[in-house]
Design a protein around this ligand. Structure first.
Ligand code: ACM
Length: 505
């Protein structure tokens, strides 16, 4: 065959690109996840190699640079970043976009891509959609082409979260960063860190240094545990914030406090420090509700935690305080409720906190007891939906799952996906619901591969429940999209559960 000069080949390819587009699947048929709430397919395609510049408001130039870098990684062509609003990849603010600050519109035509949102966070969510579309196209033969069309998108719930228990087993800064990287593409926007429990205290509190020196020194099974210094915690806050994820720190009280009780004798009613605990029982510990020093401790912790927390929420726990008399529990939670707003934070508590007077604003996290959730709503709290039987990531998939627990039953993929947050409790409607969170407790897991096996792929389903309208969510269609996402998870080296219910590609 005659050897054509390289330049000539390049020119022919470009020529073809500009006058004819290959036939590719329409926009609506791509495995977007969470699936956008409105997708209108066009009838053409855009060659991504023709996109050479990106415009974004000067206030968001960091985001512009971040997108340009990722664009280059995904497409191999470099983008010039400008402030002029007429680039081929255009990000702009627009008050007319329908929905919350996270809402966006994304329009792809044969020559350009135009993204609009009310706020920077909406531009970022739009980029997640576009980046996912580019990545999905790369699994096909026509990988340089994007389908034309319009997406108009707005999340169903403002809070779409997951929780990681770093107390039962400690997870390092790098392990948490990896989790953040894995959840951000699915538009998860809150990461709740369960920072204290019977087995470990994981956050440095400068005014109570023994909490981490003693209370952070072990974990379930007797390993060496660990904790985050305040500097490391702030590093995590910033790392998450760059991906528009807000950390929610939890100090679980008055139960689940053995690590604190082992660190400071004065927090115990009998004035004696407890032994460190490395088992997995629950419900045996309590702060001493009658002592004033307890509230000094709580206030110091909340003050230091609030100073590290730009987000609106502090989680105060409140679950399974089985050895705290009910009257004392109510006294304690009401005192904590007086402290949290002093530091301009909104308290979240597990659903048992409804026994106390729910302040306004406050949030009750429904995990176990529907009556508690309803009572919390009636007292004026917003409800965060995390029913163990549907949304606990530490429940085993089935009898063969090695790690995980089963006290709330098995949660195979279909059970985890096919439910609606507003249909669980009579009397709790969407207007009462802040959002959805999938907690991952770590009694049985101690490293990233084990964490990933329980979290993925179920977490993608919770991300979609949080974002996408129920009328669009169908298990059969979701299964097909999830099968494609297996490849994306493979590319990232995620140790996900390859459920036999999915025809993995
Ligand atoms: C919980 O699972 N104890 C909130």
């Amino acid at each position: 065959m005659m050897k054509l000069p390289k330049l000539f080949l390049f020119a022919v390819a470009l020529e073809l690109a500009s006058c004819q587009s290959p036939t590719i699947a329409p926009l609506a048929d791509h495995a977007l996840l969470p699936y956008p709430n409105t997708v209108r397919s066009g009838e053409s395609a855009l060659n991504i190699n023709t996109i050479q510049n990106l415009s974004i408001d000067a206030d968001f130039s960091d985001l512009g640079q971040q997108i340009a870098q990722e664009w280059e990684m995904h497409t191999t062509n470099a983008l010039e970043v400008t402030e002029a609003g007429n680039a081929q990849l255009r990000f702009s603010l627009d008050d007319q976009v329908d929905g919350s600050e996270e809402a966006y519109s994304l329009e792809i035509d044969k020559k350009k891509i135009v993204i609009k949102a009310k706020a920077e966070v909406g531009l970022f969510r739009a980029w997640q959609t576009l980046k996912q579309l580019i990545t999905l196209r790369q699994l096909t033969p026509e990988k340089d082409y994007l389908p034309t069309g319009v997406i108009q998108d707005n999340p169903v719930y403002a809070y779409r979260g997951t929780m990681l228990d770093v107390s039962r087993h400690f997870f390092s800064v790098d392990e948490v960063k990896r989790y953040i990287d894995l959840i951000a593409p699915y538009k998860i926007n809150y990461l709740h860190l369960h920072l204290s429990d019977d087995q470990g205290w994981r956050i440095e509190i400068k005014s109570w240094p023994e909490l981490t020196r003693v209370g952070g020194s072990t974990e379930v099974g007797g390993g060496e545990g660990g904790f985050y210094t305040q500097e490391q915690y702030k590093e995590l806050v910033d790392y998450a914030q760059k991906q528009f994820i807000t950390l929610v720190p939890e100090i679980d009280m008055p139960g689940h406090t053995n690590a604190a009780l082992a660190s400071y004798a004065e927090l115990n009613c009998n004035g004696k420090a407890t032994d460190l605990y490395t088992g997995t029982e629950v419900g045996f510990s309590t702060l001493c509700v009658e002592k004033e020093v307890t509230y000094q401790f709580v206030e110091d912790v909340i003050r230091e935690l609030s100073a590290m927390t730009p987000g609106p929420y502090i989680h105060i726990g409140g679950d399974e305080s089985h050895v705290t008399p009910k009257k004392d529990f109510i006294t304690f939670i009401n005192r904590v409720y007086d402290i949290v707003p002093k530091y301009n934070k909104i308290p979240i508590g597990w659903d048992e906190v409804q026994l106390a007077d729910m302040p306004q604003p406050s949030v009750a996290q429904y995990w176990a007891n529907a009556e508690n959730a309803l009572a919390a709503k009636q007292k004026g709290a917003k409800i965060l939906i995390s029913p163990a039987a549907y949304a606990y990531l530490d429940m085993k998939y089935d009898s063969l799952t090695v790690s995980g627990l089963k006290w709330a039953g098995y949660v195979p993929l279909e059970k985890g996906y096919s439910w609606n947050p507003d249909a669980l409790v009579d009397g709790i409607e969407n207007a009462d619901i802040l959002g959805v969170e999938a907690p991952l407790w770590s009694e049985t897991i101690s490293n990233s591969p084990e964490m990933e096996y329980l979290a993925f792929p179920r977490l993608l389903g919770y991300a979609e429940i949080g974002w996408t309208m129920p009328s669009i969510r169908q298990w059969e269609a979701y299964k097909k999209r999830l099968a494609v996402h297996g490849k994306l998870l493979d590319q990232k080296g995620v140790n996900y559960y390859k459920s036999p219910a999915i025809a993995w590609e």
